[in-house]
Design a protein around this ligand. Sequence first.
Ligand code: NAP
Length: 319
Amino acid sequence: MTTLYDKVAFIGLGLIASSMIHAIRRDGLAGQISGSARSAETRAIAREDGLCDMVCDTAAEAVEGADLVVLCVPIGAMGQVAREIGPHLAPGATVTDVGSVKREVIAAVAPHLPEHAHFIPGHPLAGTEHSGPRSGFAELFENRFCLLLPAADADADAVARLRALWEGMGAQVEEMEPEHHDLVLAVTSHAPHLIAYTMVGVADDLRRVTNSEVIKYSATGFRDFTRIAASDPTMWRDVFLNNKEATLEILGRFTEELFALQRAIRTGDGDMLFDYFTRTRAVRRGIIEAGQDTAAPDFGRGAVLQGPSGGKDQDEDAD
Ligand code: NAP
């Protein structure tokens, strides 16, 4: 495949960055890769594994001469990182990010970037519950969507080149408005994560009553919840703090639906429950038809991906 960038710099070397690096290297999409992470420990692991051509102690050093800079840090750290790299960006460099929330990230990053840089926010809808520099794998983005959120006056060539990079890593690229992104993701990812966290929290309380039976006899429904609820606490704290409005809107609707179902159970309204579950079953069918999951009884997980640390379940973004 063609080299799309001479030098790509990754700020943050966790799941998403390391997956991108493996995919870029596999397909020769960049000439050189530099990276930087907050802790000396993560930088040491990256050096030991040869994850990047160059691991730098500071973000400012890593972006030196890069024609693409990818911000792969938690949402709450994006603004501070942008402030640090702003004065060190090469003329005409493209800066993108992979944050799971867009409006707040754009507001935090954009003011720190120089006029000459092209800021093209992004969000790959692919992830796992694992984190860190050893959790990545090249196939993470295969057949997953990557959303790009360029401003109306964004440089068309810069957008096309970034699109080509994501497509080169196997993703399907679509463009979206930041506000719409945050609402869609609140429905498809953020609220479901909060519900999973709650369900596992309830079960954990109950465990004390049922003497571990919740764990021992956990059925697939609960196990799926526990996998989602094992997602990185920093990442998800930041998601909820930064997509407050849309998440609260969806949770409000969710609560109303829950009360309606609760009432149907209490009053023995089997027709209501049956119709509701028939409607939701059709949504699942639509997801399979769209190629976003398989119809295998284990949700296709066993068959999907094998990363360096074993089998990987794909999530949203998980998210
Ligand atoms: P991760 O595996 O936890 O890695 C985060 C990286 O950011 C680590 O290298 C960490 O360095 C670095 N970092 C943390 N705080 C920092 C700070 N204040 N300044 C500089 N660097 C800092 O996270 P990830 O899953 O790759 O997520 C990264 C981004 O991708 C997040 O914005 C998230 O919203 C987005 N995203 C995640 C997923 C998913 O499912 N995981 C999916 C799509 C998008 P240390 O290791 O040294 O602490």
